[in-house]
Design a protein around this ligand. Structure first.
Ligand SMILES: [Zn+2]
Ligand SMILES: [Zn+2]
Length: 170
């Protein structure tokens, strides 16, 4: 089962590596821990590092850059905050140190199949997930300075005008 998920995630990721295995295993465990019955918009993930993991999470947990339910808050930690906003359940999984004396293949297998507590620590989540409401990205407006359409959370008031973030910072 986990190997099938890993194979699937590798199609998205482009190669098979221990980092991808970490994301796949974390996502699979999160689905189990949160007792998710049906993947959907209520799921949310905040990853604390930019790495191969994310593709495992996108493929298996179903939170993606495209559906806006995967967020990166770089903290340099191999840690993932998983949420099911329909039940209020959440969990944070933090990758533990890996055994040093393994080949890449052995390490990948270890990450996929070793007991959960050997691979991850579980802690409470570090962040609040945003509310699950469609349209939260806000309605776009045309920035009067650059003429480009920009969604509401990225608009700023600058010299009395509502402009896009780029123009506000320029
Ligand atoms: Zn990779
Ligand atoms: Zn602008």
């Amino acid at each position: 089962m986990i190997h099938e998920l890993f194979r699937k995630a590798g199609e998205l990721h482009g190669h098979y590596c221990p980092g991808l295995a970490t994301g796949v295993r974390a996502a699979a465990e999160a689905l189990r821990i949160l007792e998710v019955e049906k993947k959907g918009h209520a799921l949310y993930c905040i990853a604390e590092n930019r790495a191969c993991y994310q593709d495992g999470i996108q493929m298996i947990f179903g939170t993606t850059l495209g559906n806006g339910n995967l967020e990166l808050r770089p903290r340099g930690k191999s840690a993932f905050n998983f949420y099911d906003r329909s039940t209020g359940k959440s969990v944070r999984l933090v990758a533990r140190d890996k055994p040093k004396d393994m080949s890449r293949e052995e390490l990948t297998e270890y990450i996929l199949t070793a007991p959960l507590e050997a691979v991850f620590d579980q802690t409470p989540v570090r962040f609040e997930a945003p509310e699950d409401k469609p349209g939260r990205r806000g309605s776009p407006r045309i920035c009067p300075r650059c003429g480009e359409k920009c969604s509401e959370p990225f608009l700023r008031v600058s010299d009395g005008e509502i402009v896009c973030l780029d123009c506000a910072e320029a």
